[in-house]
Every structure is written in structure tokens, then in C-alpha cells.
Design a binder for this molecule. Structure first.
Ligand code: MN
Length: 251
């Protein structure tokens, strides 16, 4: 009875209620970060956002405790977010693990730089790809709830039809659920390794090490996420990869 009454209140507040709902959805994002220490955006009140109706798509390559690609889709005033450890694959036969993470403010789609040591996600963030997306289903909320959302990407590196499918983590675990990111078969599918072949920022054309160097971060550590580093990291000792990183920079 009480739940039904609350539901009615939420529905009555719509569409203004979406502002409240969106700000509440950023609670976890804001709780994890100290905005006097990190350059990441706090996120303006959602009502302040002006939009032309198109939905933001962005992938941020993030070298923190480990390398991953943060895949984000704008929906209902926030960026739905998944961490993809190996990055997206253009090969429809390859399923890439995508762990859902906390919703981010839409302003995050412009963030490239260094998160200082000691802060949540400390490390280097690159704008790896960006553009817009379109759902391929009429009811996005129902698709998200069901755990299978099909969409078209209009990015610089990623295009065409994709799907995110939830494999585990339901209900109260929704923000920590495991999904698979899969390319659909279409003219944009390809066997080439887009993450390795197009490693630079879509915004600044910089590599991770160059972003770290420019923004006062740890360039040597950031270089572990640049081409030729990731594959070797598992076989080389930390000191050996450090020597290679120094040699590369002095070139
Ligand atoms: Mn991240």
C-alpha cells in the first residue's frame, strides 16, 4: 500500500520529478568524490541542461588501478555507465564484459585529464570516443530493466548497432551488475582491433601518457595503457616496463 502511494507521488511529480530523480541518481557519484580535490565535474542541477534532444554517447579510456574503458550513454539526465576492462570490440563474435558503475553527470562527457592521487579513480582519463546514440527499442526503461538494450552509436570510432545484455546482478545489485557489450553484424562490424589501432584521444589526439604529462599526472603509469604496453604488462616485471616507458619518452 505504502509503495503504491509513493509510486503515485513520483508519477505525479513527472516530468519535473525527473529533475529530482536525476539528482538523486548522482548521489553515489558525488559521495565518492571530493570536488575541491578532483577536477571532475560535480554536475549541475539537471534542469540547467539545454538539449537538442540528441543523446550523448562517450567512451573514456581510464588508466587507474587497472586499465578500462568507461562506456556511457545519456539517459534521463545522467550518463548510464559501464566499465569495460578490455574495451569495445568491433567483432560480433567477441563479447566484452561491462560492469555497470554509478551514474555520472552529463558534464562528465567533456572530462579528460588527471584524477589526483588519493582520489576515487585516481589516474588518467582520455576521451577515447564520443558522439550520440539512439535506442533501437521504443521503451528504453523496460529494456534496461529487462537487461537487454539495443542501440545505434554515432561516434568517431564506434558506429552501427550494438547490444548490452545483463548476465548477472539484479534488483538491489543493479548498480554493480555484469553485462556483455556486443557488436551486431552490420557494415560497421570488423575484425580489426579498434582499441589497439586507434589509441588516441578523440578530443585532443593525445595518448594517455601525454595527457598525464600535460596535466601533472603520472606519465609513466599512464603509459601502461598506451599501445604496446598493455599486452606486455602481464609478462614483464614492473621495473622492466618502467625502463621501456622511460626509453619511449626520451625518443
Ligand atoms: Mn573509470
Amino acid at each position: 500500500m505504502i509503495d503504491l502511494a509513493l509510486q503515485a507521488v513520483v508519477e505525479m511529480e513527472s516530468p519535473a520529478g525527473r529533475v529530482t530523480q536525476g539528482d538523486m541518481r548522482l548521489h553515489e557519484y558525488r559521495k565518492k568524490r571530493q570536488f575541491d580535490s578532483t577536477p571532475e565535474p560535480r554536475g549541475a542541477p539537471l534542469s540547467a541542461r539545454k538539449g537538442d534532444g540528441s543523446l550523448i554517447y562517450v567512451v573514456q579510456k581510464h588508466m587507474s588501478s587497472h586499465l578500462h574503458y568507461d562506456f556511457r550513454l545519456e539517459w534521463r539526465g545522467v550518463l548510464l555507465s559501464w566499465a569495460v576492462p578490455k574495451g569495445p570490440s568491433l567483432n560480433p563474435a567477441v563479447k566484452r564484459l561491462a560492469m555497470q558503475t554509478e551514474d555520472h553527470p552529463v558534464e562528465y562527457a567533456n572530462f579528460e585529464g588527471v584524477i589526483p592521487a588519493g582520489q576515487y579513480g585516481a589516474g588518467t582519463v582520455m576521451l577515447w570516443d564520443r558522439g550520440t546514440w539512439q535506442p533501437e527499442t521504443a521503451d528504453v526503461d523496460a529494456s534496461l530493466q529487462k537487461g537487454e538494450i539495443k542501440f545505434t552509436l554515432h561516434g568517431s570510432k564506434l558506429q552501427g548497432s550494438w547490444v548490452l545484455v545483463r548476465t548477472r546482478g539484479f534488483g538491489s545489485n543493479a548498480a554493480r551488475s555484469a553485462w556483455l557489450l556486443i557488436k551486431h553484424r552490420d557494415p560497421f562490424a570488423s575484425p580489426r582491433d579498434v582499441a589497439q589501432e586507434e589509441p588516441r584521444s578523440v578530443a585532443s589526439q593525445r595518448l594517455l601518457a601525454e595527457i598525464a604529462r600535460d596535466e601533472g599526472g603520472d606519465a609513466e603509469r599512464a603509459s601502461l595503457g598506451d599501445p604496446g604496453r598493455v599486452a606486455r604488462r602481464t609478462t614483464a616485471s614492473p621495473s622492466a616496463s618502467g625502463r621501456r616507458a622511460r626509453g619511449r619518452r626520451s625518443r
